[in-house]
Design a protein around this ligand. Structure first.
Ligand SMILES: C[C@H](N)C(=O)N[C@@H](Cc1c[nH]cn1)C(=O)O
Ligand SMILES: [Zn+2]
Ligand SMILES: [Zn+2]
Length: 476
């Protein structure tokens, strides 16, 4: 029997302004996990969530994770775990999200202050973390509140796990999940994560696959301090010159990875798999709209989607220690650290990827014949994940999408990574569903990140409706 969701939906609409206000307060906390100086703000954001959950009547615990590996002077932010409802007759759903965000500064080119939610006349709510992942995390809290105020029985027991280090490789979380699988998370019947995006702007999707991410740094040093290029240029071997040459050897301009043996780790593409791509609602214009230009590598949608989901990619992210300010400083940096990451896919084992990367970097650097010193290290890695979308968890979500958005969702994979997805699946032994709230134009990780008001409010309805349908699905 289809649940009667009307009064819940009406309550979400009635509470829309206060839900936006909750997002405004969350965006105002610059919880950047990658910046040491922002760690107190990350912790503050965790406590903000804990307090909001307590006010809603949830049982909440802020669990410490100890010192941060390789940065022992910093405490990891707490994992906020919470339970709402303990009815043995109801199904239990475990939801995960993250309350940390990517770095952002107005000087990066934002049109508005990144940590002030700014809403334009098209209902676009700009602010760092609006779509990744504060909007979706608050979506679960808002769903609880709307049920309470509408007087509608909450359909499931909800377990929540919100972390503060996702954008820095989910440091410490795997051990936590493994330790709690048979304790705090023991009753979970299925897992749901809302932390990715639709493929376009119109059609919702359910996601059953993610790429993994292995993140590396290459440190090259030589001189004892930064040098004057007029005095030492032409006489000293320059770390930056070596680094640029090593980094440019990793990938070509069309995204083809140049590391020997790496592409051999990728599972061969089957004809059945190839056929899946043509029915996905995605156009090259969707790509150009979210890209903000027509600079895609491929001209067809199938190859573009495969480039995002099915094949590995290697991206160069930046160089620590390099001169990057406006102007024309004539410095020779003494030490530079290049950062790059590889998005991995089935069947690439992270350890095999590491070996090939280190071997390649070593070979290229040796060929330079430089007297400088190089050190290539793995910063963090998380594995790819692919699941079966034929589980009741996905069926319930598909019904919820149809109810809220009036269309059947596409089944998609995701080019980004949520490393703990696989951990949740393996530790709990339960199905994991990715249920995105935001759209392809949200610019997560980029300047002017936003979440559309419509996606937020309908997304809150979607999360609540999913919980209702999930409570009715037959267990397999
Ligand atoms: C898809 C998710 N919202 C996300 O942004 N994940 C990050 C995870 C990550 C990996 N290394 C550092 N952060 C991503 O895909 O970049
Ligand atoms: Zn995220
Ligand atoms: Zn992110």
């Amino acid at each position: 029997m289809a649940p009667n969701l009307d009064s819940y939906f009406k309550q979400v609409d009635d509470l829309a302004e206060s839900f936006i206000d909750r997002l405004r307060k969350a965006v105002a906390i610059p919880s950047i996990s990658a910046e040491d100086a922002r760690r107190p703000d990350v912790v503050r954001m965790g406590h903000f969530l804990a307090d909001e959950l307590k006010a809603l009547g949830a049982h909440v615990e802020a669990r410490p994770l100890g010192p941060q590996p390789h940065k022992e002077y910093l405490e990891l932010p707490p994992v906020i775990v919470a339970r709402y409802g303990e009815d043995p007759k109801k199904r239990t759903i475990l939801v995960y999200g993250h309350y940390d965000v990517q770095p952002a500064g107005k000087e990066d080119g934002w049109a508005t202050e990144p940590f002030e939610l700014s809403i334009d006349d098209k209902g676009r709510m700009f602010g760092r973390g609006s779509t990744d992942d504060k909007g979706p995390v608050l979506g679960w809290l808002n769903a609880i509140e709307a049920h309470q105020k509408a007087g509608v029985d909450f359909p499931v027991n909800l377990l929540m796990c919100f972390e503060g280090m996702e954008e820095y490789g989910s440091e410490g979380l795997d051990d936590f999940i493994n330790a709690e699988a048979k304790k705090f998370f023991k009753d979970a019947d299925a897992v749901c994560i809302s932390d990715n995006y639709w493929l376009g702007t119109e059609k919702p999707c359910l996601t059953y696959g993610l790429r993994g991410c292995s993140y590396y740094s290459i440190e090259i040093s030589g001189p004892g301090q930064d040098l004057h290029s007029g005095v030492f240029g032409g006489t000293a071997q320059e770390p930056m010159t070596d680094l640029v040459r090593v980094m440019s050897s990793l990938v070509d301009g069309n995204g083809k990875i140049q590391i020997d043996g790496l592409n051999d780790l990728v599972a061969p593409l089957t004809d059945d798999e190839k056929a899946l791509y043509k029915d996905i609602a995605f156009t090259m214009d969707n790509l150009y709209e979210s890209l903000g230009s027509k600079t895609g590598i491929f001209d067809d949608k199938e190859r573009t989607l495969m480039g995002r989901w099915r094949f590995p990619s290697l991206s160069l992210h930046g160089i620590e220690g390099a001169f990057s300010a406006p102007g024309a400083k004539t410095v020779i940096p003494a030490k530079v650290i290049g950062k790059f990451s590889i998005r991995t896919v089935p069947n690439m084992e992270p350890e095999d990827v590491d070996k090939l990367v280190f071997k390649h970097v070593d070979k290229v650097f040796k060929a330079l014949g430089s007297k400088n010193t190089i050190n290539c290290t793995l910063q963090h890695s998380g594995k790819w994940w692919v699941a079966s979308p034929k589980h009741w968890n996905f069926t319930a979500a598909a019904k919820a999408v149809e109810k809220v958005w009036g269309v059947k969702p596409d089944l998609t994979r995701e080019g980004g990574s949520i490393p703990v997805t696989l951990t949740f699946e393996q530790a709990t032994g339960k199905n994991v569903l990715l249920l995105p709230m935001g759209s392809s134009t949200d610019a997560a990780h980029s300047i002017n990140e936003k979440l559309d008001r419509k996606n937020y409010i309908e997304g809150i309805k979607l999360l609540g409706a999913y919980l209702h349908y999930v409570s009715e699905e037959k267990m397999e």
